[in-house]
Write a protein that binds this ligand. Structure first.
Ligand SMILES: NC(=O)c1ccc[n+]([C@@H]2O[C@H](COP(=O)([O-])OP(=O)(O)OC[C@H]3O[C@@H](n4cnc5c(N)ncnc54)[C@H](O)[C@@H]3O)[C@@H](O)[C@H]2O)c1
Length: 551
């Protein structure tokens, strides 16, 4: 059977195609990087290689390249290094033009990257990992995933550390003996000391290097949104090193590139402690969100508006971080990080009794991963109350991303809403002001990786590759029988019910997943002949009864 020819190009999200470099291009590329590094060294700059220029690495690289010493001079020359894969190579030529390879809502990102590449010339990007031989410090920002095998059963999932392990092997083969390696990737606790360090040590042994590799860990707390840069640079960091020397080096490095004066570092004794900090802080967040799911159902069935309950509780300073869980808890981190911890206990640290006491974290993740399915039930019920069927109904989902006012769709509850409603026969449309492409659908055969799409948990998903995100709400609503308000983007907070019904061309079912609708809007929708349902908002029935009595 003929095999497909090897792909020769890598295409950026905007559709620009870049030829992937050939083996013959590597020596020349290294010469280019070496020349730049030599010049930087003459200016007393340290050479920093950032491995992985994705969401986190690209911006971290620019922050380091933008850093200045006490005299106001740039102190680092940064080389962003990325595999020349079909999926990711395009990030390199884009960065080298001074363009950000990640789409960020933060207005600081684009000018900072362009400033560092084109003006201060302290940032470049390459596919040639030989640049590691020039490094004083390597920052690792490649992904470490947790793949779930079943929907709603986190415990059957597996950590996928292949990219991280491959990166560590490359680093071990190429770095100078005294180079500091800093793992920023969120990893399963134990990874730095018991997986990454042995890889580096063996590589040093093979190279005849007698000194111990200088390995450290400091996780990212970056938040997508308008404060993206500040959430990396102006935020508290936790760090640790495998040895006292590595620990001292990482403290110095972070003090040089981050705003540690205002946001002091927390220095831990061992990497497993800083790794565990990240996993516990995200498991905590996942848990406080999951726990409200049962009270959300309680509220729906007993005439209680959970939104008002939460507002009433929040006034207590001790309870101020209570938050309403929308239609699922997405983002890259909260759905996976607890899984990395549970998995590490057995597979890295060697304990067999994890199921005996790991109860809350797995349950929380399972609840969060399946909460969106209930939204589909609400849509079905709202349509039924209007004498319509979900099968073949035109349903508009408003909001594809996982949180308000950002375009990040990773593991958003909205994806599950679309998949479940499609399985039930609905014809789905999507509107989102911040999302250009919803790759979870458009490229569901290969995204987030081949055979890893949530499509595999549902039937009748094939047509969803044709789903496109609309930017025009009035057009998207035309003829819709139901509208699901899935994300509290600012564009949805004050939608006038009369306009919505006018755009839709008649009464429709409205499902609020995030406490978006004020009571007077709910009332107006009923007056207009619509049906309204919402996650956690049982008082809606009361409003409906009042309107019907008056009518
Ligand atoms: N995105 C967030 O909001 C966020 C927040 C906090 C922490 N983190 C953590 O930061 C880490 C990185 O996340 P991200 O969002 O930047 O991921 P990402 O997928 O956007 O980026 C990872 C990059 O590494 C590259 N890569 C993979 N293997 C490589 C290799 N061998 N050599 C060079 N490059 C390689 C990939 O091609 C990709 O560009 C993860 O551990 C994540 O959990 C992310």
């Amino acid at each position: 059977m003929p095999t497909d020819p090897k792909p020769t190009h890598s295409t950026s999200p905007s559709g620009e195609s870049f030829p992937i470099p050939q083996q013959k291009d590597y020596p020349k590329e290294f010469e280019r990087i070496q020349k730049l590094a030599d010049e930087a060294r003459k200016e007393n700059k340290e050479i920093v290689v950032v491995m992985g220029v994705g969401f986190v690495g690209a911006v971290m690289a620019a922050i380091i390249a933008d850093a200045r010493d006490g005299k106001g001079n740039h102190s680092k020359f940064v080389i962003g290094c990325q595999r020349p894969s079909v999926r990711s190579y395009w990030k390199i030529p884009l960065l080298n033009r001074g363009q950000s390879p990640v789409k960020a809502e933060d207005p600081q990102v684009d000018p900072m990257i362009s400033r560092c590449v084109l003006e201060s010339k302290t940032l470049t990007a390459t596919y040639n990992s030989d640049c590691l031989s020039l490094a004083d410090c390597v920052v690792v920002d490649v992904q470490c995933d947790f793949s779930k095998e079943d929907l709603g059963r986190m415990k059957t999932g597996q950590a996928d550390m292949a990219a991280l392990e491959a990166t560590m092997r490359t680093i071990g083969r190429k770095i100078p003996a005294e180079c500091l390696v800093l793992i920023e990737t969120t990893v399963a606790p134990g990874t730095t000391e018991f997986v990454a360090w042995p890889i580096l040590k063996k590589a040093f042994e093979r190279r005849g290097i007698e000194s111990v590799p200088l390995l450290s860990h400091s996780f990212e707390r970056v938040m997508p949104g308008r404060e993206y840069v500040a959430s990396i640079r102006d935020f508290w960091r936790v760090c640790s090193g495998c040895t006292p020397k590595a620990r001292d080096r990482v403290v110095t490095f972070l003090q040089e590139v981050l705003n540690t004066g205002e946001y002091p570092l927390t220095v831990m004794d061992r990497p497993i402690e800083s790794e565990t900090t990240k996993i516990v802080e995200n498991s905590y967040r996942a848990t406080i969100l999951a726990f409200l799911n049962e009270w959300s159902l309680f509220a729906e069935r007993n005439g209680v508006d959970l939104i008002k309950v939460i507002e009433a509780i929040k006034v207590r300073p001790t309870h101020s971080n209570i938050i309403f869980p929308g239609p699922g808890i997405g983002g890259y981190c909260l759905p996976k990080d607890g899984g990395l911890g549970y998995w590490a206990y057995r597979h890295i640290l060697g304990f067999e009794d994890g199921d005996h006491f790991f109860k809350i974290t797995p349950t929380a993740i399972d609840i969060n991963d399946t909460r969106a399915l209930h939204v589909a039930e609400l849509v079905r019920d709202a349509l039924r109350n209007m004498g319509r069927y979900i099968a073949a109904a035109d349903v508009l989902l408003c909001g594809a991303s996982y949180r308000q006012d950002v375009g990040d769709t990773r593991y958003s509850g909205s994806e599950l809403v679309v998949r479940k409603l499609t399985e039930m026969g609905a014809e789905m449309r999507v509107h989102d002001p911040y999302v250009e492409h919803w790759y979870e659908f458009e490229k569901q055969d290969v995204y987030p990786a081949p055979r890893r799409s949530w499509a595999r948990f549902f039937r009748s998903q094939d047509e969803l590759v044709n789903l496109r995100v609309s930017k025009d709400l009035s057009k998207a609503l035309k003829g819709a029988e139901a509208m699901v308000l899935a994300v509290p983007h600012k564009e949805y907070l004050d939608l006038d019910p009369d306009r919505v019904v006018e755009w839709a061309g008649g009464p429709l079912a409205v499902v609020d997943c995030f406490g978006i609708l004020p009571d007077d809007h709910i009332r107006r929708y009923f007056q207009l002949g619509c049906e309204v349902k919402a996650l956690g908002r049982g008082h809606i029935q009361r409003i409906k009864d009042e309107v019907r009595k008056k009518g």
